[in-house]
Design a protein around this ligand. Structure first.
Ligand code: NOJ
Ligand code: NOJ
Length: 469
Protein backbone atom coordinates (compact mmCIF):
# COMPACT_ATOMS: atom_id res chain seq x y z
CA UNK A 1 0.00 0.00 0.00
CA UNK A 2 1.39 3.42 -0.82
CA UNK A 3 1.84 6.18 1.68
CA UNK A 4 -1.11 8.23 0.49
CA UNK A 5 -3.49 5.28 0.81
CA UNK A 6 -2.26 4.71 4.37
CA UNK A 7 -2.86 8.32 5.28
CA UNK A 8 -6.38 8.16 3.80
CA UNK A 9 -7.24 5.07 5.82
CA UNK A 10 -5.84 6.67 8.96
CA UNK A 11 -8.09 9.68 8.37
CA UNK A 12 -11.18 7.53 7.90
CA UNK A 13 -10.45 5.55 11.07
CA UNK A 14 -9.72 8.74 12.95
CA UNK A 15 -13.07 10.28 11.91
CA UNK A 16 -14.92 7.34 13.46
CA UNK A 17 -13.29 7.79 16.85
CA UNK A 18 -15.04 9.55 19.70
CA UNK A 19 -13.55 12.81 20.86
CA UNK A 20 -11.76 11.26 23.83
CA UNK A 21 -10.35 8.47 21.65
CA UNK A 22 -9.07 11.08 19.23
CA UNK A 23 -7.23 12.82 22.03
CA UNK A 24 -5.79 9.46 23.05
CA UNK A 25 -4.75 8.59 19.49
CA UNK A 26 -2.99 11.93 19.04
CA UNK A 27 -1.27 11.39 22.36
CA UNK A 28 0.05 8.02 21.27
CA UNK A 29 1.15 9.44 17.93
CA UNK A 30 2.86 12.36 19.66
CA UNK A 31 4.67 9.96 21.96
CA UNK A 32 5.93 7.86 19.08
CA UNK A 33 7.27 10.98 17.43
CA UNK A 34 9.03 12.23 20.54
CA UNK A 35 10.45 8.76 21.25
CA UNK A 36 11.88 8.59 17.73
CA UNK A 37 13.38 12.01 18.03
CA UNK A 38 14.97 11.22 21.39
CA UNK A 39 16.55 8.09 19.94
CA UNK A 40 17.97 10.27 17.18
CA UNK A 41 19.06 13.20 19.35
CA UNK A 42 20.60 11.43 22.34
CA UNK A 43 23.82 10.20 20.65
CA UNK A 44 24.19 13.56 18.92
CA UNK A 45 23.97 15.41 22.23
CA UNK A 46 26.45 13.01 23.82
CA UNK A 47 28.96 13.40 20.99
CA UNK A 48 28.73 17.15 21.03
CA UNK A 49 29.18 17.15 24.80
CA UNK A 50 32.23 14.88 24.58
CA UNK A 51 33.89 17.18 22.05
CA UNK A 52 34.07 19.91 24.69
CA UNK A 53 35.93 17.79 27.23
CA UNK A 54 39.73 17.93 26.98
CA UNK A 55 39.44 19.57 23.55
CA UNK A 56 42.70 20.05 21.68
CA UNK A 57 44.51 23.15 22.86
CA UNK A 58 43.22 22.75 26.41
CA UNK A 59 44.81 21.06 29.41
CA UNK A 60 43.39 17.56 29.90
CA UNK A 61 40.36 17.58 32.17
CA UNK A 62 39.18 21.00 31.00
CA UNK A 63 35.47 21.13 30.29
CA UNK A 64 34.79 24.01 27.91
CA UNK A 65 31.54 25.80 28.71
CA UNK A 66 31.28 26.25 24.93
CA UNK A 67 33.81 26.29 22.08
CA UNK A 68 32.73 29.88 21.37
CA UNK A 69 35.71 32.23 21.82
CA UNK A 70 33.97 35.52 21.00
CA UNK A 71 30.51 37.09 21.49
CA UNK A 72 30.28 35.50 23.91
CA UNK A 73 33.64 34.13 24.98
CA UNK A 74 32.76 30.94 26.86
CA UNK A 75 36.13 29.32 26.23
CA UNK A 76 36.76 28.60 29.91
CA UNK A 77 36.38 25.85 32.46
CA UNK A 78 33.50 26.87 34.74
CA UNK A 79 33.55 24.85 37.95
CA UNK A 80 29.74 24.63 38.06
CA UNK A 81 29.18 23.72 34.40
CA UNK A 82 32.00 21.18 34.55
CA UNK A 83 30.62 19.53 37.69
CA UNK A 84 27.20 19.11 36.11
CA UNK A 85 28.63 17.87 32.82
CA UNK A 86 30.93 15.38 34.50
CA UNK A 87 28.08 13.98 36.57
CA UNK A 88 26.68 12.78 33.23
CA UNK A 89 30.00 11.10 32.53
CA UNK A 90 29.88 9.39 35.95
CA UNK A 91 26.41 8.07 35.10
CA UNK A 92 27.61 6.78 31.74
CA UNK A 93 30.78 5.30 33.17
CA UNK A 94 28.66 3.43 35.69
CA UNK A 95 26.42 1.82 33.08
CA UNK A 96 28.88 1.48 30.18
CA UNK A 97 28.91 -2.04 28.90
CA UNK A 98 31.64 -1.98 26.29
CA UNK A 99 35.09 -2.08 27.93
CA UNK A 100 36.58 0.47 25.51
CA UNK A 101 33.81 2.95 26.34
CA UNK A 102 34.15 2.31 30.04
CA UNK A 103 37.88 2.98 29.77
CA UNK A 104 37.34 6.13 27.79
CA UNK A 105 35.01 7.50 30.50
CA UNK A 106 37.41 6.36 33.20
CA UNK A 107 40.26 8.35 31.62
CA UNK A 108 38.04 11.43 31.33
CA UNK A 109 37.11 11.20 34.99
CA UNK A 110 40.74 10.85 36.06
CA UNK A 111 41.66 13.90 33.97
CA UNK A 112 38.78 15.82 35.53
CA UNK A 113 39.94 14.90 39.03
CA UNK A 114 43.47 16.05 38.25
CA UNK A 115 42.29 19.30 36.70
CA UNK A 116 40.05 19.91 39.72
CA UNK A 117 43.01 19.39 42.06
CA UNK A 118 44.95 21.92 40.03
CA UNK A 119 42.03 24.41 40.28
CA UNK A 120 41.88 23.92 44.02
CA UNK A 121 45.50 24.88 44.55
CA UNK A 122 45.74 27.68 41.98
CA UNK A 123 45.83 31.08 43.71
CA UNK A 124 42.95 33.21 42.42
CA UNK A 125 41.02 36.42 43.01
CA UNK A 126 38.35 34.68 45.12
CA UNK A 127 41.10 33.66 47.50
CA UNK A 128 39.61 30.21 47.91
CA UNK A 129 37.61 27.45 46.27
CA UNK A 130 34.74 29.72 45.25
CA UNK A 131 36.56 30.86 42.09
CA UNK A 132 33.98 30.39 39.32
CA UNK A 133 36.07 29.78 36.21
CA UNK A 134 39.59 29.00 35.04
CA UNK A 135 41.49 29.45 31.81
CA UNK A 136 41.88 26.37 29.62
CA UNK A 137 45.59 26.10 30.49
CA UNK A 138 44.61 25.81 34.16
CA UNK A 139 45.73 29.31 35.17
CA UNK A 140 43.46 31.64 37.09
CA UNK A 141 41.17 34.10 35.34
CA UNK A 142 42.36 37.50 36.47
CA UNK A 143 39.60 39.86 35.27
CA UNK A 144 36.75 41.14 37.39
CA UNK A 145 33.81 38.73 37.71
CA UNK A 146 31.01 37.85 40.09
CA UNK A 147 32.99 36.00 42.73
CA UNK A 148 33.03 33.93 44.81
CA UNK A 149 30.40 31.47 43.53
CA UNK A 150 29.94 28.93 46.27
CA UNK A 151 27.74 26.49 44.37
CA UNK A 152 30.83 25.39 42.41
CA UNK A 153 32.73 23.37 45.06
CA UNK A 154 29.44 21.88 46.29
CA UNK A 155 28.45 20.62 42.84
CA UNK A 156 31.97 19.40 42.10
CA UNK A 157 32.09 17.42 45.34
CA UNK A 158 28.70 15.82 44.71
CA UNK A 159 29.88 14.69 41.28
CA UNK A 160 33.07 13.25 42.74
CA UNK A 161 31.20 11.63 45.63
CA UNK A 162 28.93 9.87 43.16
CA UNK A 163 32.06 8.61 41.41
CA UNK A 164 33.51 7.47 44.74
CA UNK A 165 30.34 5.48 45.39
CA UNK A 166 30.57 3.79 42.01
CA UNK A 167 34.23 2.93 42.55
CA UNK A 168 33.48 1.56 46.02
CA UNK A 169 30.80 -0.67 44.53
CA UNK A 170 33.32 -1.87 41.97
CA UNK A 171 35.70 -2.80 44.77
CA UNK A 172 38.14 0.02 44.02
CA UNK A 173 38.50 1.36 47.56
CA UNK A 174 42.22 1.97 47.24
CA UNK A 175 41.62 4.02 44.12
CA UNK A 176 39.03 6.08 46.01
CA UNK A 177 41.53 6.69 48.78
CA UNK A 178 44.32 7.52 46.41
CA UNK A 179 42.35 9.82 44.08
CA UNK A 180 39.29 11.15 45.90
CA UNK A 181 39.06 10.88 49.69
CA UNK A 182 41.57 9.63 52.19
CA UNK A 183 40.58 11.64 55.23
CA UNK A 184 43.48 14.02 54.77
CA UNK A 185 42.50 17.57 54.05
CA UNK A 186 44.41 17.45 50.77
CA UNK A 187 42.09 15.04 49.07
CA UNK A 188 39.96 16.62 46.41
CA UNK A 189 36.56 15.84 47.88
CA UNK A 190 37.53 16.75 51.40
CA UNK A 191 38.87 20.14 50.33
CA UNK A 192 35.51 20.96 48.79
CA UNK A 193 33.56 19.67 51.80
CA UNK A 194 35.70 21.62 54.22
CA UNK A 195 35.15 24.73 52.13
CA UNK A 196 31.37 24.22 51.95
CA UNK A 197 31.10 23.40 55.66
CA UNK A 198 32.97 26.53 56.69
CA UNK A 199 31.61 29.01 54.12
CA UNK A 200 27.89 28.29 53.74
CA UNK A 201 26.96 31.14 56.07
CA UNK A 202 28.65 33.67 53.81
CA UNK A 203 26.93 35.36 50.90
CA UNK A 204 28.21 34.54 47.42
CA UNK A 205 27.25 35.00 43.78
CA UNK A 206 24.65 32.60 42.44
CA UNK A 207 24.71 30.36 39.40
CA UNK A 208 23.76 33.26 37.08
CA UNK A 209 26.84 35.12 38.37
CA UNK A 210 24.91 38.33 38.95
CA UNK A 211 23.62 38.65 42.51
CA UNK A 212 25.46 38.24 45.79
CA UNK A 213 23.38 36.92 48.66
CA UNK A 214 22.07 33.69 50.12
CA UNK A 215 20.57 31.69 47.29
CA UNK A 216 18.16 28.81 47.28
CA UNK A 217 20.10 27.03 44.54
CA UNK A 218 23.46 27.44 46.24
CA UNK A 219 22.02 26.32 49.58
CA UNK A 220 20.44 23.24 48.06
CA UNK A 221 23.67 22.06 46.45
CA UNK A 222 25.64 22.86 49.60
CA UNK A 223 23.17 20.86 51.64
CA UNK A 224 23.40 17.89 49.32
CA UNK A 225 27.19 17.87 49.28
CA UNK A 226 27.37 17.97 53.09
CA UNK A 227 24.78 15.21 53.48
CA UNK A 228 26.50 12.96 50.97
CA UNK A 229 29.91 13.99 52.23
CA UNK A 230 28.93 13.02 55.78
CA UNK A 231 28.01 9.56 54.57
CA UNK A 232 31.20 9.10 52.59
CA UNK A 233 33.37 10.30 55.47
CA UNK A 234 31.68 7.79 57.79
CA UNK A 235 32.11 4.98 55.28
CA UNK A 236 35.80 5.73 54.87
CA UNK A 237 36.58 5.93 58.58
CA UNK A 238 36.59 9.68 59.09
CA UNK A 239 33.66 10.00 61.53
CA UNK A 240 34.67 13.30 63.09
CA UNK A 241 34.53 15.03 59.73
CA UNK A 242 31.30 13.19 58.98
CA UNK A 243 29.64 14.51 62.13
CA UNK A 244 30.73 18.02 61.39
CA UNK A 245 29.38 17.96 57.82
CA UNK A 246 26.09 16.53 59.00
CA UNK A 247 25.75 19.10 61.77
CA UNK A 248 26.28 21.90 59.23
CA UNK A 249 23.69 20.42 56.88
CA UNK A 250 21.13 20.17 59.67
CA UNK A 251 21.73 23.76 60.66
CA UNK A 252 21.19 24.79 57.07
CA UNK A 253 17.68 23.37 57.00
CA UNK A 254 16.01 26.34 58.67
CA UNK A 255 17.91 28.65 56.34
CA UNK A 256 16.55 26.78 53.32
CA UNK A 257 13.02 27.04 54.68
CA UNK A 258 13.34 30.79 54.97
CA UNK A 259 13.11 31.00 51.18
CA UNK A 260 9.36 30.42 51.28
CA UNK A 261 7.60 33.74 50.89
CA UNK A 262 4.09 33.25 52.20
CA UNK A 263 2.75 36.46 50.64
CA UNK A 264 4.02 35.74 47.17
CA UNK A 265 3.47 32.03 47.67
CA UNK A 266 6.74 31.14 45.99
CA UNK A 267 10.18 30.02 47.00
CA UNK A 268 12.27 33.11 46.40
CA UNK A 269 15.64 32.68 44.89
CA UNK A 270 17.72 35.12 46.95
CA UNK A 271 17.71 36.42 50.53
CA UNK A 272 20.07 38.91 52.17
CA UNK A 273 21.32 40.37 48.87
CA UNK A 274 24.42 42.47 49.54
CA UNK A 275 25.85 43.07 46.05
CA UNK A 276 25.18 42.67 42.36
CA UNK A 277 21.95 43.21 40.39
CA UNK A 278 19.07 44.75 42.29
CA UNK A 279 16.17 44.70 39.83
CA UNK A 280 14.83 41.18 40.24
CA UNK A 281 11.53 42.46 41.62
CA UNK A 282 9.34 39.42 41.04
CA UNK A 283 11.84 37.24 42.98
CA UNK A 284 10.81 34.41 40.69
CA UNK A 285 13.74 32.48 39.30
CA UNK A 286 13.91 29.09 37.68
CA UNK A 287 17.19 28.63 39.56
CA UNK A 288 14.90 27.38 42.33
CA UNK A 289 13.89 24.43 40.16
CA UNK A 290 17.51 23.79 39.22
CA UNK A 291 18.28 23.85 42.94
CA UNK A 292 15.72 21.13 43.59
CA UNK A 293 17.28 19.02 40.82
CA UNK A 294 20.95 19.64 41.54
CA UNK A 295 20.51 19.56 45.29
CA UNK A 296 18.17 16.62 45.63
CA UNK A 297 18.62 14.32 48.60
CA UNK A 298 15.80 12.11 49.84
CA UNK A 299 16.11 13.70 53.31
CA UNK A 300 16.08 17.25 51.99
CA UNK A 301 13.73 19.98 53.18
CA UNK A 302 12.31 20.37 49.67
CA UNK A 303 11.95 17.62 47.12
CA UNK A 304 10.03 17.41 43.85
CA UNK A 305 6.63 16.82 45.36
CA UNK A 306 6.85 19.48 48.11
CA UNK A 307 3.80 21.69 47.74
CA UNK A 308 5.93 24.83 47.96
CA UNK A 309 8.12 23.66 45.13
CA UNK A 310 5.07 22.86 43.02
CA UNK A 311 3.60 26.31 43.66
CA UNK A 312 6.85 27.86 42.48
CA UNK A 313 7.03 25.69 39.36
CA UNK A 314 3.51 26.74 38.41
CA UNK A 315 4.23 30.44 39.00
CA UNK A 316 7.35 30.19 36.82
CA UNK A 317 5.48 28.47 34.00
CA UNK A 318 2.79 31.14 34.04
CA UNK A 319 5.24 34.01 33.97
CA UNK A 320 7.36 32.61 31.13
CA UNK A 321 4.31 31.61 29.14
CA UNK A 322 3.17 35.22 29.15
CA UNK A 323 6.61 36.72 28.67
CA UNK A 324 7.89 34.96 25.57
CA UNK A 325 5.91 35.28 22.32
CA UNK A 326 7.18 31.91 21.06
CA UNK A 327 5.29 30.25 23.90
CA UNK A 328 2.05 31.16 22.21
CA UNK A 329 2.91 29.73 18.79
CA UNK A 330 0.74 26.66 19.24
CA UNK A 331 3.63 24.25 19.88
CA UNK A 332 3.59 22.00 22.94
CA UNK A 333 5.56 22.83 26.06
CA UNK A 334 6.69 26.11 27.55
CA UNK A 335 10.13 27.54 26.82
CA UNK A 336 11.62 28.54 30.18
CA UNK A 337 14.06 31.37 30.91
CA UNK A 338 16.18 32.25 33.93
CA UNK A 339 14.00 34.96 35.51
CA UNK A 340 11.54 37.48 34.13
CA UNK A 341 13.73 40.57 34.61
CA UNK A 342 16.71 39.01 32.80
CA UNK A 343 18.67 41.58 30.79
CA UNK A 344 21.52 39.38 29.62
CA UNK A 345 21.65 39.00 25.85
CA UNK A 346 18.16 40.03 24.91
CA UNK A 347 17.44 43.34 26.57
CA UNK A 348 18.57 45.74 23.84
CA UNK A 349 15.89 44.49 21.48
CA UNK A 350 13.35 45.89 23.87
CA UNK A 351 12.28 42.90 25.86
CA UNK A 352 13.30 40.80 28.70
CA UNK A 353 15.72 37.94 28.30
CA UNK A 354 15.21 34.73 26.42
CA UNK A 355 14.34 31.16 27.21
CA UNK A 356 17.33 28.87 27.76
CA UNK A 357 17.84 25.22 26.93
CA UNK A 358 19.14 24.28 30.38
CA UNK A 359 16.05 25.74 32.04
CA UNK A 360 13.56 24.21 29.63
CA UNK A 361 15.07 20.72 29.91
CA UNK A 362 15.28 21.19 33.68
CA UNK A 363 11.49 21.48 33.71
CA UNK A 364 11.22 18.25 31.72
CA UNK A 365 13.50 16.52 34.21
CA UNK A 366 11.54 17.99 37.08
CA UNK A 367 8.28 16.43 35.86
CA UNK A 368 9.89 13.03 35.27
CA UNK A 369 11.40 12.99 38.75
CA UNK A 370 8.18 14.25 40.30
CA UNK A 371 6.31 11.33 38.72
CA UNK A 372 8.90 8.90 40.12
CA UNK A 373 8.70 10.41 43.58
CA UNK A 374 4.90 10.38 43.64
CA UNK A 375 4.91 6.74 42.63
CA UNK A 376 6.69 5.96 45.90
CA UNK A 377 4.00 7.68 47.95
CA UNK A 378 0.69 6.27 49.19
CA UNK A 379 -1.31 9.18 47.80
CA UNK A 380 -1.26 12.49 46.00
CA UNK A 381 -2.49 15.24 48.26
CA UNK A 382 -4.05 18.38 46.87
CA UNK A 383 -3.98 21.38 49.20
CA UNK A 384 -4.31 25.13 48.94
CA UNK A 385 -0.63 25.58 48.10
CA UNK A 386 -0.24 23.02 45.31
CA UNK A 387 -3.79 23.25 43.96
CA UNK A 388 -2.94 25.51 41.02
CA UNK A 389 -0.12 23.26 40.01
CA UNK A 390 -2.28 20.16 39.94
CA UNK A 391 -5.29 21.83 38.34
CA UNK A 392 -4.47 20.92 34.74
CA UNK A 393 -3.03 17.53 35.69
CA UNK A 394 -5.76 15.96 37.77
CA UNK A 395 -9.03 14.71 36.33
CA UNK A 396 -11.14 16.20 39.10
CA UNK A 397 -11.22 19.70 40.49
CA UNK A 398 -11.59 19.31 44.25
CA UNK A 399 -9.86 21.89 46.34
CA UNK A 400 -8.60 19.61 49.07
CA UNK A 401 -8.42 15.96 48.43
CA UNK A 402 -6.12 12.99 48.17
CA UNK A 403 -5.85 10.44 45.38
CA UNK A 404 -4.97 7.02 46.71
CA UNK A 405 -2.21 5.03 45.06
CA UNK A 406 -3.59 2.89 42.28
CA UNK A 407 -6.89 4.79 41.90
CA UNK A 408 -7.80 5.91 38.37
CA UNK A 409 -7.32 9.56 39.36
CA UNK A 410 -3.90 8.81 40.78
CA UNK A 411 -2.81 6.93 37.66
CA UNK A 412 -4.13 9.60 35.32
CA UNK A 413 -2.36 12.30 37.26
CA UNK A 414 0.99 10.51 37.10
CA UNK A 415 0.49 9.96 33.40
CA UNK A 416 -0.36 13.61 32.83
CA UNK A 417 2.79 14.62 34.73
CA UNK A 418 4.97 12.46 32.48
CA UNK A 419 3.24 13.81 29.39
CA UNK A 420 3.88 17.32 30.56
CA UNK A 421 7.57 16.50 31.01
CA UNK A 422 7.64 15.31 27.40
CA UNK A 423 6.06 18.57 26.27
CA UNK A 424 9.16 20.45 27.45
CA UNK A 425 11.31 18.11 25.39
CA UNK A 426 9.05 18.75 22.39
CA UNK A 427 9.76 22.43 22.90
CA UNK A 428 13.47 21.75 22.67
CA UNK A 429 12.93 19.59 19.61
CA UNK A 430 11.03 22.39 17.90
CA UNK A 431 13.73 25.01 18.42
CA UNK A 432 16.95 23.15 17.66
CA UNK A 433 18.39 23.03 14.17
CA UNK A 434 18.70 20.09 11.80
CA UNK A 435 22.16 19.13 13.03
CA UNK A 436 20.84 18.55 16.55
CA UNK A 437 22.96 21.30 18.10
CA UNK A 438 21.91 23.21 21.17
CA UNK A 439 23.20 26.66 22.01
CA UNK A 440 22.51 28.51 25.25
CA UNK A 441 19.29 30.35 24.44
CA UNK A 442 16.28 30.48 22.18
CA UNK A 443 15.22 33.85 20.83
CA UNK A 444 11.94 34.67 22.50
CA UNK A 445 10.46 36.13 19.29
CA UNK A 446 11.97 34.28 16.35
CA UNK A 447 12.44 30.95 18.11
CA UNK A 448 15.93 30.61 16.62
CA UNK A 449 18.87 29.58 18.76
CA UNK A 450 21.10 32.29 20.14
CA UNK A 451 23.94 32.77 22.61
CA UNK A 452 26.99 30.54 23.01
CA UNK A 453 26.89 27.69 20.48
CA UNK A 454 27.14 24.07 21.54
CA UNK A 455 26.81 24.93 25.22
CA UNK A 456 28.11 21.85 26.99
CA UNK A 457 25.69 22.29 29.86
CA UNK A 458 22.74 22.34 27.42
CA UNK A 459 23.68 18.84 26.28
CA UNK A 460 24.30 17.64 29.83
CA UNK A 461 20.93 18.98 31.04
CA UNK A 462 19.18 17.28 28.13
CA UNK A 463 20.91 13.93 28.76
CA UNK A 464 20.19 14.21 32.45
CA UNK A 465 16.47 14.72 31.75
CA UNK A 466 16.47 11.63 29.54
CA UNK A 467 18.01 9.52 32.29
CA UNK A 468 14.96 10.20 34.45
CA UNK A 469 12.41 9.84 31.70
C1 NOJ B 1 28.00 36.73 32.22
C2 NOJ B 1 27.26 35.77 33.06
O1 NOJ B 1 27.71 34.50 32.81
C3 NOJ B 1 25.78 35.87 32.84
O2 NOJ B 1 25.10 34.96 33.65
C4 NOJ B 1 25.37 37.25 33.15
O3 NOJ B 1 23.99 37.38 32.94
C5 NOJ B 1 26.15 38.24 32.32
N1 NOJ B 1 27.57 38.05 32.50
C6 NOJ B 1 25.79 39.68 32.65
O4 NOJ B 1 26.18 39.97 33.96
C1 NOJ C 1 26.19 32.03 32.01
C2 NOJ C 1 25.34 31.35 33.02
O1 NOJ C 1 24.53 32.30 33.65
C3 NOJ C 1 26.16 30.59 34.02
O2 NOJ C 1 25.31 29.87 34.85
C4 NOJ C 1 27.13 29.67 33.35
O3 NOJ C 1 27.95 29.08 34.31
C5 NOJ C 1 27.96 30.40 32.32
N1 NOJ C 1 27.14 31.14 31.43
C6 NOJ C 1 28.81 29.43 31.52
O4 NOJ C 1 28.01 28.53 30.82
Amino acid sequence: MNRLAKIRIAFVVFSFLSLSDRVWALGVFGKVQIDDWITYEEPIALNKLLRNISASGTVKGTVLASPSQASPNYYYHWVRDAGLVMSEIVARYQTAFRPDLKNQYFEMLVDYINFSKLNQKTPNLSGGLGEPKFNVDGTAYMESWGRPQDDGPAIRSSTLISLAKVWLKEGKESLVREMLYDGSSNSVIKQDLEYVASHWRNTSFELWEEVKGHHFHTRMVQYRSLREGAELAEALGDPKAGHWYLAQALEMETEIERHWNSNKRILVSTLDRDDGLDYKFSELDSAVVLGVLHGYTPEGVFTFSSDRVLATVKALEDVFYRLYPINRNGQPGIAIGRYPEDRYDGYSSGGTGNPWFINTTAFAEFYFRLAQELEMKPEIKINSINRNFYQELTPRREKHTAYKKGSPEYLQTIKAIRRKGDAFLERVKYHIDGSGSMSEQINRESGYMQGARDLTWSYAAFLSALRYR
